[in-house]
Each structure stands twice: as C-alpha cells, then as structure tokens.
Write a protein that binds this ligand. Structure first.
Ligand code: HEM
Length: 304
C-alpha cells in the first residue's frame, strides 16, 4: 500500500490529505536550456520569413508584376478585365509593354499572333480570322482601332487614331474591346497612342474615356426620349403616298397606349420626326400637327 503521507518531489502537500482523489498538478518548470533553444528557433523562423518575403517582392518587381495601370481607364477597362492569363478577373491591366516594332513581329505569320485595340494587346492565335489567307489578317501585328468602327481595311483606315468618330463608332469600339476581353487572352499594353512608356494611360486614352461616357449618356437620353415620344409607324406606296400611324407598338417601343401622330422636334437628334403622343403630353411646345391630319386621328396621309 502506498503511504499517502509521504511527499514526493514535485508533489504538493495537498496530496497528503486522505480521500483527496484529485492528484495535485505538477508544476515542472522547463529546463532553462529548452527555453533558450525555442527562443532561438522562433527568432530564426522570423528572420527566414522576412527574408523570403523580401525575395518574393524583389522577384515580382523584377518581372514587372506591379506594372499595372493605376489610374482608371474605363475604355481600356470598360468591363472588369477578364484575362485568361494568370491575372484572370483582375480589375487592373497587367501584362508586359510592347513597342510597335515588337508588335509588328506578331502579324498573321507570327507566333503568337497578336493584335492591339485601344492600345490593349491580345493573343489572337486561336482566332482563325487572323491567320494568313483568312478574313482579317490585316488586324494582326498592329493597332487598327479606327477600322473596327469604320470598316476601312486599308493602310489609311487601319490606324489607332479615333479623332472625329461619332458616338456610335466610339461605342462600337468599346464593344470590340469587350469582345477581345471575353474571347482572347490579354497580354499587355502597346506603348504609343494610348499608353506611355510606363504603361500609364495617355491623355488620348483619358479623352477617349470621356467621349465614351458621353456617348453612353447620350444613348441613354435618346432611349428615354424614344420611350416618351415613340416614333410612328410609316408606310409608303405610289397609290397612297406617305402614311403615318400609331399603335401600341411602334418605333420598337411596346406600350399600353396608342397615341396620335405629331411632328415632334426631337432635341436629342435635333431634327423633326413623327412621334406617337399621349393626350397628357399634347401641350408640349415641341409638337406640331401634320397638315391635313385631324387632331384626334391615329392614322394620317401626309403626302401623295
Ligand atoms: C466595320 C465592319 C467590320 C469589322 C470591323 C469586322 C471585324 C471582324 C473581326 C475582327 C472578326 C473576327 C472576330 C473574332 O476574332 O472572332 C470578324 C469576323 C467575321 N466577320 Fe466581320 N467585320 C465587319 C463587317 C463584317 C460584315 C459586313 C460581314 C458580312 C458581310 C462580316 C462577316 C464576318 C464573319 C462571317 C466573321 C466570322 C468568320 C471569320 O472569322 O472569318 N463582317 N469580323
């Protein structure tokens, strides 16, 4: 039988109490050598982590990882950039910088085949259209932004300058940029008209952004106006001449009311056109009655 009165090294005297079923906790202090060793291991690990982090940051800088566009460029990033490369889904533009000469080496005979639009370079090797003897090889190796809107596929038309293009053209270029973002791999930026040597947007790109914003705002205004004053239906024949009429669907606008034909000065396009007008809007100063057309008529002959 164990003698409960006997105290052992490391045991508290409580253990001596009869009937105490909980043995006292050991309070062994770690040896001093162990404490020093673990401190040393901890410090070394810390230094190692800092060193590794510094090496990673250095490597990322070396490989131009941080060379991203920092200022907003919504024509260039009109959608969140969905590049298929390592930065897929990143809202910033990455990739490398190309000179025109470098890009020219990647024409329809190049490997890979690259093209640029608004200074954004894409790998289009997978698109048959850009291969020699196909439909659009001339877009490869250059930035032919303007031709995406004008369809002028010659030396004069295949340029990156978009000066003087109208709102529709600017919007269509932005649509093409979105198409390339979705269909192909974004690989970098072309130094020149839209990006400078540091890969930052040029004033030309900033101006193009403003133009696109205006073009989109204008389109929204035109659509709102069309919903308020829908264009009339129209038909022409030798026998009847020009006939205009209103129904619950005209000018692409479906609605619950019919309206009556009126000559309407459309402020968004600054010209007069036929509009189907609700009774509640008849007082508008922008409206005129067509000659020979009864005010309550929903169909009128306007010429013979
Ligand atoms: C401004 C005018 C036009 C531009 C800028 C243009 C541009 C392009 C581009 C860049 C592609 C390749 C798209 C891709 O990578 O998948 C393409 C494809 C195509 N385009 Fe056009 N296009 C224009 C007008 C037309 C017209 C008027 C037609 C028809 C008469 C047409 C028919 C086609 C066809 C059939 C394809 C797909 C077949 C192919 O890859 O060759 N395009 N277009």
């Amino acid at each position: 039988m164990a003698d409960t009165n006997i105290t052992h090294r490391g045991m508290t005297s409580d253990f001596k109490a009869l009937g105490d079923i909980n043995p006292p906790k050991k309070q062994q202090k770690p040896p001093v050598e162990n404490k020093q060793t673990s401190h040393l291991v901890y410090t070394t690990a810390k230094i190692l982590i800092i060193l590794i982090a510094a090496i990673i940051i250095y490597l990322l800088y070396t490989f131009n990882y941080f060379n991203t566009v920092t200022s907003p460029a919504t024509l260039a990033t009109s959608k969140v950039v969905k590049t298929k490369g390592p930065h897929y889904g990143s809202p910033t533009l990455t990739g490398r910088l190309y000179t025109r000469e470098e890009l020219a080496k990647h024409d329809s005979h190049g490997s890979p085949i690259l093209l640029a639009i608004m200074g954004r370079v894409y790998d289009v090797t997978s698109g048959q259209a850009y291969h020699p003897d196909s439909s659009y090889p001339f877009f490869a190796g250059i930035d032919g932004t303007r031709a995406f809107a004008t369809g002028e596929f010659n030396k004069e038309g295949l340029i990156d300058d978009i000066t003087g293009l109208d709102h529709d053209s600017i919007r269509s270029i932005a649509d093409w940029v979105n198409t390339y973002d979705e269909e192909y791999t974004f690989v970098g930026r072309l130094i020149g008209t839209y990006f400078d040597e540091n890969g930052q947007p040029t004033q030309t790109l900033v101006n193009a952004e403003k133009l696109l914003k205006k073009a989109n705002a204008n389109k929204a205004t035109i659509q709102r106006d069309k919903a308020k004053f829908p264009p009339c239906n129209g038909r022409f024949s030798q026998a009847e001449g020009q006939v205009i009429w209103c129904s619950t669907k005209s000018g692409g606008i479906e609605r619950l009311w019919t309206g009556r034909p009126r000559k309407y000065f459309d402020p968004t396009i600054r010209t007069k056109r036929c509009a189907c007008v609700r009774d509640s809007l008849m007082d508008s100063p922008l409206l005129e009655l067509y000659e020979g057309c009864h005010p309550d008529a929903i169909e009128c002959k306007i010429s013979k």
